[in-house]
Design a protein around this ligand. Sequence first.
Ligand code: GLN
Length: 573
Amino acid sequence: MTKYIVVAGGVMSGVGKGVTTASIARILSEHGFRVTTIKIDPYINYDAGTLRPTEHGEVWVTDDGGEIDQDLGNYERFLDVEVPKKNNITTGQIYKTIIDKEREGKYLGKTVQFIPHVPDEIKRRIAEASKEHDISIVEIGGTIGDYENIPFLFAMKSMERELGKDNVIYILITYLPIPSHIEEMKTKPTQQAIRLLSENGIFPDFIVCRAKKALDRVRKQKIETYANIPSEHVISEPDIDTIYSIPLDLEKEQLGIKILKKLELKPKKEPNWNEWKKLVSRIKNPKKAVKVAIVGKYVDIGDYNLADSYVSVNQALIHAGASLDAGVEIHWVDSKRFEDNSRNIGILKEYNGIIVPGGFGASGVEGKIKAINYARTHKMPYLGLCYGLQLAVVEFARNVCNMKNANTAENEKTNAPVIDMLPTQKELMEKSQYGGTMRLGAYAAVLKDKSQVLKLYKETGRLKEDEEKIGKLKKDKSQEFRLGILDHERNIVLERHRHRYEVNPKFINTLEKNGLVFSGYHLREDKTKLMEYIELPKHPFFIGTQAHPEFKSRLGNPSPLFYGFVRASTKNN
Ligand code: GLN
């Protein structure tokens, strides 16, 4: 039977509840358990697909095409598993299911009410996502005291009643502020969070205390007395340099063993943190350093939000750096600077490599194209992610193939739409069925023999890993379409997508003749060939991908393209 750990946040959001949950998951899996994680987002949106990244952070994409809150990304990065979209539950999904059922007459004339129908649907979804796991960790989004998360707390309490207290435990992750004028750590907001939680009949079994500094004896005692829990269940989690040291720090407090004891479980194996420790120490003290410019459109938002909108790109660079013992210093460069004054492009020489990440719309695009042109002509390592591939194709068409009007149809009507929507997608757009026009989730790509891309997937062991996953996909009828037509069984990889436009098949010949190499493609079931990778053979590293490989990067298992890019950047001094 699955046992449940409910994680709730006290005091305020943004204190690292997601990474703490992910760390606990990793710890328990190191003790030999099959662990899964579920994120509850109490908003009414059905999923995160329509949320603005600059407001809510990056939209995470799952293998099965879900557009989800970025916490699922933390779970995957720490647990090293693929988390499906059903592991994200929103208020929108709950109500939509209930109302759809009501319209279909499935409630047989009964009054449909908040209790029991809402908690029942929540429990059904949680149980479904937890199947085949020993431990399921349910992270409730938002902060205790929010009206929106009450139904979810209610559902968990009801699950506890059904399954028994040994099978459902609660962890409160709280924050202890240190107001600068008194320089003293305050426990009062935490006490209030404990009280608010108790109003829902929930008493935390563990309290993880986030703060600038470690908790001292006096504060610890105050919290344990107030919450009525043993002293060793109050865990201190002070600020750290890298999120990847959190599992190690929590293990120093023996959190894993303590949780297992509370759940009446015995560890199945001795954790082995050696590899993880080595990578964390490299992140902290790398041998080499590289400076990477991420060129994008950044309108009126600070650095903090930017790092949040591109969390996975950021993390993928850290992972690649850790494997190569290189510290990656990331600079967010606004592409508009290159549009306002073309001499500004010279600032790019300060960097060891350039990335153009995913994006939408025309704003800042000409500046990005200038940056790509700089990388191509100055032999500077370049990695294009999704939009970054599309714009590299535009740049190449304009400046190498002499197609002055080349552009993406997303931005303007042109007689040279080298990037365009496919006819089947256009039909859907005309019917306003925007949902169906995006290519979402994992798709297979067949890689070209002897290409740089293939070499990188081989070298990092990903080619082998993906082979196994392809075997599994073949058996899953609902997801089989992700493979498309495989003309042979070799050199196939899987990466996640989230985009609407594609390299226009009409221009592929011209681009190829002029020296652009398409190093991988996806053959759709209707036989349309979608280009997945580009590279330039005579360049030290110029690679673009239509996918978002950053979603599959893990500490200790970096994304092949990021690995290649960071390595090339370390050589470009
Ligand atoms: N705007 C482009 C498209 O829709 C690229 C999207 C992206 O970078 N994720 O195809």
